[in-house]
Ligand binder design. Structure first.
Ligand code: IPE
Ligand code: IPE
Ligand code: MG
Length: 246
């Protein structure tokens, strides 16, 4: 039987540091291994026909990490964007960005903007990088832009407000995955996750491969999404049916 797939998966990739520590390696090795897991995730999601994948690569709060680690991460992002571009083109994947562009080092911003433009017409999947991202900041900047647009209070509907978010064309995530056993949002997609299903895995991000993705998708397929309604209103599937596989 065809499995119900999420249209948009958002991933809080956590546990690179612990993965490295477990092996007696520097944290940077964990981040390097994490990049391979991102590549696998994107390829697998594309193969399975998932339309949108968003990965949380660096939060606003992550600027508080040691300068050396931050520098390493941005070098990694730069290399990643440049290296992935040919594959993104080949696989017809559009790159997108959410976060605070003005925080990015010039070279990263330049490579990013080049890749965004180059992949703009790709249609098979949207792969969004969240870098220097903060959900609260996204909401605040939307409010500021709404004010600057001189909207009347009654004109600011949910739909209009959404148009001021970073990626207005991207649907809300259906499934939010977080690895490494932490069960928190850490300021990720606060507005958009209102009705997301959550999947928490104890696996550290560099070890999150195709089998782990399958587990997350299987779990998602068994959930009953009620959006505030009763099971009877939804017809067919009952809440217990939704729960029994968890
Ligand atoms: C996630 O792994 C990657 C980033 C936040 C950039 P961490 O670096 O947070 O790894 P842990 O949580 O220390 O294991
Ligand atoms: C969340 O991971 C941010 C990213 C995955 C980029 P963190 O490791 O920074 O989150 P906290 O600090 O444990 O909440
Ligand atoms: Mg972490």
């Amino acid at each position: 039987m065809e499995q119900r797939l999420p249209q948009h998966i958002a991933v809080i990739m956590d546990g690179n540091g612990r993965w490295a520590k477990d092996r007696g390696l520097p944290r940077s090795e964990g981040h390097l291994a994490g990049v391979n897991a991102v590549r696998t995730l994107v390829r697998e999601c594309r193969r399975r026909g998932i339309g949108y994948v968003t990965v949380y690569a660096f939060s606003k709060e992550n600027w508080q990490r040691p300068e050396k680690e931050v520098r390493f991460l941005f070098e990694l992002f730069l290399r990643f964007i440049r290296q992935e571009l040919p594959d993104l083109m080949k696989e017809d994947i559009r790159l997108a960005f959410i976060g605070d562009r003005k925080d990015l080092p010039f070279t990263v911003r330049q490579a990013l903007e080049y890749a965004l433009k180059k992949t703009a017409d790709n249609r098979s999947m949207v792969f969004t990088l969240a870098i220097s991202y903060s959900g609260r900041e996204e909401i605040l900047q939307a409010a500021r832009r709404a004010l600057a647009a001189n909207l009347k209070p009654e004109e600011l509907t949910e739909e209009v407000f959404r148009s001021f978010l970073y990626a207005p064309g991207t649907p809300d995530p259906d499934l939010v995955i977080r690895t490494s056993g932490e069960k928190r949002l850490s300021n990720f997609l606060l507005f958009q996750s209102a009705y997301a299903e959550f999947y928490f895995s104890s696996v550290l991000w560099p070890d999150f491969g195709p089998e782990e993705l399958t587990k997350a998708l299987d779990s998602y397929a068994c959930r009953t999404r009620r959006f505030g309604r009763t099971s009877e209103q939804l017809g067919g599937q009952t809440a217990t049916e939704g729960k029994k596989h968890e």
